[in-house]
Every structure is written in structure tokens, then in C-alpha cells.
Design a protein around this ligand. Structure first.
Ligand SMILES: NC(=O)c1ccc[n+]([C@@H]2O[C@H](COP(=O)([O-])OP(=O)(O)OC[C@H]3O[C@@H](n4cnc5c(N)ncnc54)[C@H](OP(=O)(O)O)[C@@H]3O)[C@@H](O)[C@H]2O)c1
Length: 331
């Protein structure tokens, strides 16, 4: 089989699409023929900062949907030939305040989904939601689950709330926009790109401003209840300054550096809530799938690349040319 492989050199220069051995499956696992895999910022971070290219070939990727080519002998809940979508977590089955110790995400340290065939525990598979195309299913899980946990489990948003989403180009935030609108909340987005601001308004955002503008001016007539912060250092202070006193900031990403300074005194006087979040449990993933089915929500797909174009796909994401999700087609 062929796979996107990272080896020899750090980062995108170390990627190629080449022959690898097809994985063997255990009794509780399935071999899935991947249709489309979804690309996430994590995949870029893995090949730039986590996987040592000198340690041997490695297949990145956390998201995929496809068809079960072979089911292990103990597998009963899914069947060969069935179209499925994968849960990208390993070791976080039930809802809990935080992931259990030892929890991993598919696509590092173990090989991931960017291959013609993948080996995956059968319990991580459910039937593809009927209202989604195979491309939509392939790019869904990681980003949609992250957005679902951030909004509903952590920030507990309500329809009366106004939600601020800085950096709407993000795959996760395009889901956050759709999920917040599905419950009737007001949504304000920011982007560095005028084009993306326009697209976000077309997708249902109530207001769109430039990330680099003065938010205190642009948002002076707004009461922001929740800020969903993933840009990191570049916007963290602006996000705290934007939220109403007593409001909530949920952070789950740091695209522009992890370390920020915080004026503790103004933070505690403002009675703000600062929450962390990370992907979500398998149980939450199933709740998220039911939610998108109920509200007929489809991912925003910017572009689907062929697997041979892997370097271009990673570069496209790295330079934030996308609004919403990117896919890679394998079959
Ligand atoms: N903890 C978790 O489980 C989890 C899960 C998923 C993602 N994440 C993290 O969440 C973040 C978003 O993920 P994603 O895959 O959705 O990312 P993405 O598609 O790459 O989007 C990131 C967005 O951030 C904005 N941005 C990037 N660089 C910026 C800069 N220098 N200044 C201002 N804005 C900038 C851009 O928005 P505009 O182009 O609109 O300006 C960009 O589209 C990443 O940091 C990712 O690692 C964490």
C-alpha cells in the first residue's frame, strides 16, 4: 500500500508518498481502506517538532473515513464493507473532566491515518453519518469534536450568549461557528483576511472584524460572554480584554507560541473564567455525531488534495490559506 511518510528531514521537506507494508490487524481491530483523511494543524506540528525524522519512517494523520476491508475475529459491531468514520483518540472512552493518563491521539506516536489502509481498534469506528459525503466524514472528527467539547462541555454556551471566535480560518472554529449558530447564539469572528471575514458572514456569523484591528473599538457595543482562543500569544491578551467581566475564555490551541504574560490583578478583579480544553472522549464524539445529524451540519471544506500532493497540502495549511477543513484523498 502507499502512505504519506515522514523521514530523513524535519518538517515538510521530509514528506513523500511511498510504498509501505500494509498493517496486520489483531482480533479487536479493523483494517480500513481510507477514502479521505482530514489534515489538522497537529499534523504539521508532529512532523516539525515531534517525530524525529532520523528514527525511521512515520505516517502522520489523525482523521479519516473509509470502508472496512477486513474485521478482526472478535469484531461484531461493525462489518466488512461498511463505510465508517474514526474516533481519533486512544484511551479516552468515557466522559471525564480531563483525558486519562496515557491517552494518545492517532497519528503520533503510533502511525496515523494518511495511508491507503490503516489499522484501528474496532471500538473507534462507527457507521458514517448518512447525511455526510465520504469527504465530509473524512475531515470531521478531530476538529468537530474539539469544537463540541470547547463550547458545550467546557464553556457551556447558551443561546443567549455572544461568542467571539478569533482566527475563523481554523478548521475547529468553522465548526464552532456552525455549532453556536445551531443553538441560536450570536457569533462574532475575526480574521486577518477580508475574504475569510466575508465567507464567515455567508456561513452565518453575525459580525466579522480584522484580527489586527483594535477590538476594544470594534466591539465596544458588544457583550462577549465567551471567547474561544486558539491563536495563542498573538491574541491572548486581546481575548481577555474583549470578554465581559465575569465572562469565559476557553483555550485549546497556541498556533502563535505557547507562553503569554498575564496581568493577574486585572484578571481577578474582572472575575474571568479561564478554561483549558483538548479534543474529547469517545462518548462525547458520539454525542457530537448525534448533534451534527440532528442539526444537519456539514463541515466547511476548503480543498481536498490527492495524496501525491502531500507537501502542497501541508504547506497550504501551514500558511493558513484555508478557511475550514483540508482533506487528502487516498482511494
Ligand atoms: N487541543 C486540541 O485537542 C486541539 C485540537 C484541534 C486543534 N488544536 C489547535 O487549535 C489551533 C487551531 O487548529 P486548526 O487545525 O483548526 O488550525 P488552522 O486551520 O491552522 O487555523 C488556525 C487559524 O489561526 C489564525 N492564525 C494563524 N496564525 C496567525 C497569526 N500569526 N496571527 C493571527 N492569527 C493567526 C488563522 O486565522 P485567519 O486566517 O482567519 O486569520 C488560521 O486560519 C491550532 O493551534 C491547533 O494546534 C488543538
Amino acid at each position: 500500500m502507499k502512505a504519506i511518510v515522514h523521514e530523513h528531514q524535519q518538517g515538510i521537506a521530509g514528506l513523500s508518498y511511498k510504498e509501505m507494508d500494509q498493517p496486520e490487524i489483531g482480533a479487536d481491530e479493523c483494517l480500513v481502506q481510507v477514502g479521505v483523511g482530514g489534515l489538522n494543524r497537529r499534523d504539521v506540528a508532529v512532523i516539525e517538532n515531534k517525530h524525529d525524522p532520523k528514527s525511521g519512517p512515520f505516517i502522520p494523520g489523525s482523521d479519516a473515513a473509509g470502508t472496512i476491508a477486513k474485521a478482526g475475529k472478535h469484531v461484531t459491531k461493525v462489518q466488512e464493507g461498511e463505510e465508517v468514520i474514526i474516533y481519533p483518540g486512544l484511551g479516552w472512552d468515557e466522559n471525564s473532566d480531563a483525558p486519562p493518563l496515557g491517552y494518545e491521539i492517532v497519528g503520533f506516536p503510533e502511525n496515523g491515518t494518511f495511508a491507503e489502509y490503516i489499522r484501528i481498534p474496532a471500538k473507534n469506528l462507527v457507521k458514517k453519518p448518512a447525511h455526510l459525503t465520504s469527504e465530509e466524514a473524512g475531515v470531521l472528527s478531530f476538529a468537530a469534536l474539539t469544537a463540541y467539547r470547547v463550547l458545550f462541555t467546557r464553556a457551556k454556551i447558551r443561546k443567549e450568549d455572544t461568542i467571539l471566535l478569533p482566527g475563523i480560518g481554523s478548521g475547529v472554529l468553522t465548526f464552532a461557528l456552525k455549532f453556536s449558530k445551531a443553538i441560536g447564539a450570536r457569533v462574532i469572528v475575526t480574521s486577518r483576511s477580508e475574504d475569510k471575514q466575508k465567507q464567515a458572514l455567508e456561513l452565518g456569523a453575525d459580525k466579522a472584524i480584522n484580527t489586527y484591528d483594535d477590538w476594544s473599538q470594534e466591539l465596544k457595543d458588544e457583550q462577549i460572554d465567551v471567547v474561544v482562543e486558539s491563536i495563542g500569544k498573538q491574541t491572548f491578551q486581546k481575548s481577555i480584554d474583549a470578554v465581559r467581566r465575569g465572562g469565559t475564555i476557553v483555550t485549546f490551541g497556541a498556533t502563535t507560541e505557547d507562553t503569554v504574560e498575564l496581568d493577574i490583578r486585572s484578571f481577578f478583579y474582572g472575575q474571568y473564567n479561564l478554561l483549558g480544553s483538548t479534543m474529547g472522549s469517545m462518548e462525547e464524539w458520539k454525542e457530537m455525531l448525534a448533534f451534527i445529524e440532528k442539526h444537519d451540519i456539514h463541515p466547511v471544506i476548503d480543498k481536498v488534495f490527492n495524496a501525491e500532493e502531500c507537501e502542497e497540502a501541508f504547506s497550504y495549511l501551514k500558511s493558513s490559506r484555508n478557511l475550514g477543513k483540508l482533506g487528502i484523498r487516498f482511494n
